[in-house]
Design a protein around this ligand. Structure first.
Ligand SMILES: C[S@@+](CC[C@H](N)C(=O)[O-])C[C@H]1O[C@@H](n2cnc3c(N)ncnc32)[C@H](O)[C@@H]1O
Length: 266
């Protein structure tokens, strides 16, 4: 069975996960705030990465609430007195026992081969009236997203390298079992699971070299280095792109994040 193509234990894992937090935590926490109150709530954060969202939740649930954070590689999740961290493989381990008042997952389910069966199970863990929020990249072709908006004048080749890298990156994720259409199917899947008030909001913000979007890109680019070399994208190309990603003159349109919420009937 294919597995997630990246590795939190990599020396580049901190950049990759920190880039995601920097790009999306403000949007994600705004979405959570408009979706559910948190005081006293039981929350589940799946594929927690560096734990930034899990800790944000733990800071807000209060003395009567709790947060469970799950990841297959949870080593970046900080300790917090209202946070329980579980090392679980969501493709085969039993889910933590519910019920939960709020379940969140960002950029995880799309990578998991069992996403379509896991999602109804997650909905089944919700308490009556409980909320779920799913966030995934919408990578459908021809969308504004991940496009080069400016390259440094001294490095015009960066646009071509970025586009080629992203094509290969997509192929590597697909080969590892990541579904490119999951973000656009989540809304329907929540309706099919019987959830109510289902709503999707999308977010996309451009970034410059040196900003969190570039940390995320560099973190995955470095981790893919050996697989890219096998596909003809050699170390020189990777090095040139890594240098470009640190240059503020390099600007990219960012990726579109679909954020879909729904509620268990009361
Ligand atoms: C792209 S990162 C997203 C991290 C975090 N949710 C965020 O958005 O910042 C995917 C996360 O899912 C975790 N993951 C991948 N496969 C998993 C599995 N089978 N079971 C549990 N966690 C998994 C990874 O270890 C990683 O932390």
């Amino acid at each position: 069975m294919a597995t997630y193509a990246l590795d939190n234990a990599s020396p580049h894992g901190t950049d990759h996960l920190g880039g995601l937090s920097g790009m999306f935590d403000q949007f994600t926490t705004d979405r959570i705030s408009e979706t559910t109150p948190l005081s006293g709530r039981r929350c589940l954060e799946l594929g927690a990465g560096n734990g930034s969202v899990a800790v944000w939740l733990a800071d807000r649930v209060g003395a009567d609430g709790r947060v469970v954070a799950v990841d297959i590689e949870p080593q970046h999740i900080p300790e917090h007195n209202r946070l329980t961290v579980l090392c679980l493989d969501l493709t085969r381990d039993p889910l933590p026992p519910g019920p939960f008042d709020f379940i969140h997952t960002r950029l995880v389910l799309g990578h998991l081969p069992n996403r379509d069966t896991l999602l109804p199970q997650l909905c089944g863990l919700l308490a009556p009236g409980g909320a779920i929020l799913l966030e995934e990249f919408n990578v459908q072709p021809n969308l504004f997203g991940n496009d080069v908006l400016q390259v440094p004048a001294e490095a015009p080749e960066l646009g071509r390298l970025w586009d080629r890298y992203n094509q290969l990156r997509g192929e590597l994720f697909t080969a590892a079992g990541t579904a490119s259409d999951f973000a656009v199917r989540m809304h329907r899947l929540l309706l099919d699971a019987g959830l109510v008030d289902v709503q999707t909001v999308s977010y996309c913000r451009s970034w410059r070299g040196g900003e969190p979007g570039s940390w995320h890109a560099t973190g995955s680019l470095q981790q893919f280095r050996p697989m890219l070399a096998e596909r003809g994208f050699d170390g020189t190309a990777v090095d040139a792109l890594v240098a470009g990603l640190a240059n503020p003159q390099f600007q990219v349109s960012g990726r579109l994040l679909n954020s879909t919420s729904g509620y268990a009937p009361r």
